[in-house]
Design a protein around this ligand. Structure first.
Ligand code: KIV
Ligand code: ZN
Length: 511
């Protein structure tokens, strides 16, 4: 049996369907580059027909990514497939992933189509997709609640029509491992042309079983797992990439296969996705949680000190922990800065961009003497904000917070190039800062989330703030980092307002 397990990452598509996790095109590009660095085999970049913003994002990723296959989702209709085909056209390797529902409840109540009509539509969809690429994935939506005889019938038909990957989604997270494994084994055995395709699974986590179901399917012969960084995704999310990859890597003896993933890129990917979406990672989350490798009990600490493997089945450094090391300081030069960015895989577009980033690095090093990799990531995320998309920019700020006095914020903003000064009081300095900004922006938004995290340790650490704003059903996340958390908060708020102002933002994360 083939011993390569294909990792299909859908953070940018199913992951973005998490309420509140909408991303801009540039954020998606940054995540796609990190996925490529991690050597993900297939990146599902979006749902090209969902909106112009989605189309543009898939296309930009198809243009930028060279090593991974870039995929767009498409319903099994001609318009969706043609949009997907156009969006992936520039890709070095492009895939169309088309789907139609196959469970009795979905066919009858949602599609209002007979089983015969569903098979005919699926076959037609493969025909349209073939006009664009030979790499075609077919998904039977809600396969987890579909009849096995019907799945065998539709899969045989789409394989004959030219599908090269067959995906079996547990769309509503209803299955349990033994049952799901039996479904996969039966399909591989009963579909007459099953040896012509890669069998794939896509499990949702409604019962907390997405990873267990995916791994059971691998044991039954699936050779592609669809998953997301940090397990992001619709409702309770998808199978978590880091857990699937590390389970297979750590227990090769059980799974008899392995992925091509560079596991040292897992923690940086997790931090990037968490920062962009504003979804924090719980401390006890396997692999990427802050406590995943922390031994608190004296007995465990003693054991680990004597012999690491007494209590550790993986090495923290193998999944990318331990990056929190001192890299640069106030006296570091431009070349050291440039080469550290290269080592971190952060691209700088031009010498001018490098000079600008280096000047900001020097400012930060003046405030904070030790600069860690995480600080560089935050600084370069800020740098990635294109001036053209910056309608609002923070010029300067002054905050007053004194016992017995109402906190006050004085802020100077550039708004569409014009300088405006504003001042407001609030229940705290952050509240005052947001009120001052709102007195100019009048955005009419609702604040859905405000969160602060320390990027590194120590009281001189930069605070990274996420602000989630909603207006007319549109949700955006803004980020800001600074050693002063009130300034970081103001930057995050302005970043969210700029996204609302930008035409590139996805209008509605749900299709
Ligand atoms: O959960 C699901 O069924 C999906 C499909 C589109 C693959 O996301
Ligand atoms: Zn899904």
């Amino acid at each position: 049996m083939n011993d390569k397990l294909i990792i299909f990452d859908t953070t940018l598509r199913d992951g973005e369907q998490s309420p509140g996790a909408s991303m801009t095109r540039d954020e998606k590009l940054r995540i796609a580059r990190q996925l490529e660095r991690m050597r993900v085999d297939v990146i599902e970049a979006g749902f090209a027909a969902a909106s112009n913003g989605d189309f543009e994002s898939v296309r930009a990723i198809a243009e930028a990514i060279k090593e991974s296959t870039v995929c767009s989702l498409a319903r099994a209709n001609e318009n969706d497939i043609r949009r997907a085909g156009e969006a992936i056209r520039p890709a070095a390797r492009g895939r169309i992933h088309t789907f139609i529902a196959t469970s009795p409840i979905h066919m009858e109540k949602k599609l209002r189509m007979s089983p015969d009509e569903v098979v005919a539509q699926a076959v037609k969809a493969i025909g349209w997709a073939k006009e664009y690429t030979d790499d075609i994935e077919f998904s039977a939506e809600d396969a987890g609640r579909s009849e096995i005889d019907f799945l065998c019938r539709i899969f045989e038909a789409v394989i004959n029509a030219g599908a090269t990957t067959i995906n079996v989604p547990d769309t509503v997270g209803y299955n349990v491992p033994e049952q799901f494994a039996a479904t996969i084994a039966t399909l591989i055995e009963r579909v007459p042309n099953s040896d012509k395709v890669v069998w794939s699974v896509h499990c949702h986590n409604d019962l907390g079983l997405a990873v267990a179901n995916s791994l059971a399917a691998v044991r039954a012969g699936a050779r592609q797992v669809e998953c997301t960084v940090n397990g992001l995704g619709e409702r309770a999310g998808n199978a978590s990439l880091e857990e699937v990859v590390m389970a297979v890597r750590t227990r090769r003896d059980v799974f008899q296969c392995d992925t091509g993933i560079d596991t040292t890129q897992i923690v940086p990917a997790s931090k990037l996705v968490s920062g962009v979406t504003g979804f924090p990672v719980q401390p006890n989350k396997a692999i990427v949680g802050a406590n995943a490798f922390a031994h608190e009990s004296g007995i465990h600490q003693d054991g680990v000190l004597k012999h690491r493997e007494t209590y550790e089945i993986m090495r923290a450094e193998d999944v990318g922990w331990g990056a929190n090391k001192l890299v640069l300081g106030k006296h570091s030069g431009r070349n050291a800065f440039r080469s550290r960015l290269q080592e971190l895989g952060i691209e700088v577009e031009s010498e001018e961009h490098l000079n600008h980033a280096f000047a900001r690095f020097k400012e930060l090093a003046d405030k904070k003497h030790e600069i860690f990799d995480e600080d560089l990531h935050a600084l370069m995320s800020d740098e990635a904000i294109t001036p053209a998309l910056e309608h609002f920019r923070l010029l300067s700020s002054r905050f007053r917070s004194e016992t017995g006095e109402r906190p006050e914020a004085e802020i100077a903003l550039a708004v569409g190039g014009e300088e405006i000064r504003t001042c407001a009081h609030g229940s705290g300095p952050v509240d005052a800062a947001f009120k001052a900004i709102e007195s100019v922006a009048n955005s009419g938004t609702d604040l859905l989330l405000y969160s602060v995290n320390a990027i590194t340790t120590g009281t001189d650490a930069q605070g990274e703030v996420t602000v989630r704003l909603a207006r007319d059903g549109r949700v955006v996340n803004g980020q800001g980092a600074d050693t002063d958390i009130i300034v970081a908060s103001a930057k995050a708020y302005l970043n969210a307002l700029n996204k609302l102002h930008s035409k590139f933002e996805r209008v509605n994360p749900q299709v």
